[in-house]
Design a protein around this ligand. Structure first.
Ligand code: UTP
Length: 237
């Protein structure tokens, strides 16, 4: 089973805690030991936002801001690589060919950002498409996709299951509203739709949630299921 996991920077490294990073690495190793081919994309979290805000105040343009963000995502990727040891390719892949090459050699490939104008949400979807992933998982700080921001609206309701097209429709108005933050951004949703990627959006704070979701399909987040998609084979064994 090919799986791509996107781990938000705010999940992996809200602060620099080696035990937290080691726990996430252990969950990824467990998936690999269970026979999964695992690609990982790591986000920048609050540290990236701080760099970006500081550089914005200094007058940096959008590309410069994005390059700073990419730098932080790659630092976080290197942190995870350090925790994964021998199983992972030594440096974050600079592009999808490199990342897919690592997976073909049987290594765990870890990426950060790749180019300005997007976020690691889109990188994870592109990587999943490039490797024909059976499953794409967004391990975020939000427990799935909601009809409103659950941090702001106490009546916000979680979607249990969506089609990729429905995900695009939900994320589209959020992308227009500067204050709202979608757990998966619009470009990523469009890529999921284009590639018919089976996707799970879940709260990745506890790394064991990730292993249960990938190995058994059990989780409390949101499933995004294309019409044409069969159950991942290991779930029906
Ligand atoms: P993230 O993927 O962490 O951004 O990348 P985010 O979605 O804003 O973070 P969360 O999910 O809320 O924690 C950090 C920044 O790096 C740049 C963007 O500026 C992004 O906001 N970036 C990342 C790119 O420009 N290109 C990439 O491929 C990836």
């Amino acid at each position: 089973m090919n799986v791509v996991i996107s781990i938000g920077g705010s999940v992996l490294a809200p602060d620099l805690d080696p035990e937290r990073v080691a726990a996430h690495a252990k969950a990824i190793e467990e998936l690999s030991e269970a026979g999964c081919t695992v690609g990982v994309v790591v986000g920048g979290g609050g540290v990236a936002r701080e760099y970006i805000e500081t550089a914005r105040d200094l007058g940096a343009n959008g590309v410069q801001l994005d390059q700073l963000g990419i730098g932080v995502t790659r630092l976080n990727a290197r942190l995870l690589i350090a925790a994964l040891g021998q199983r992972a390719t030594l440096s974050p892949a600079a592009d999808y060919d490199e990342a897919v090459g690592s997976l073909r050699r049987g290594e765990i490939a870890v990426m950060g950002g790749v180019m300005p104008g997007q976020t690691t949400d889109a990188v994870a979807a592109e990587f999943a498409e490039a490797v024909d992933a059976d499953l794409l998982v967004y391990a975020t700080s939000a427990n799935g996709v909601y009809d409103a921001d659950p941090n702001v609206d106490p009546d916000a309701e979680q979607y249990g299951r969506l089609s990729p097209a429905e995900l695009v429709d939900i994320v589209l108005p959020m992308s227009r509203d500067a204050g709202a933050s979608a757990p998966v951004d619009l470009l990523a949703a469009k890529l999921i739709d284009r590639a018919d990627l089976r996707t799970i959006v879940l709260d990745g704070t506890d790394p064991s949630v990730l292993t249960d979701a990938v190995l058994g399909g059990d989780h409390g987040g949101t499933d995004v299921v294309p019409e044409t998609c069969a159950e991942p084979t290991r779930w029906v064994e």
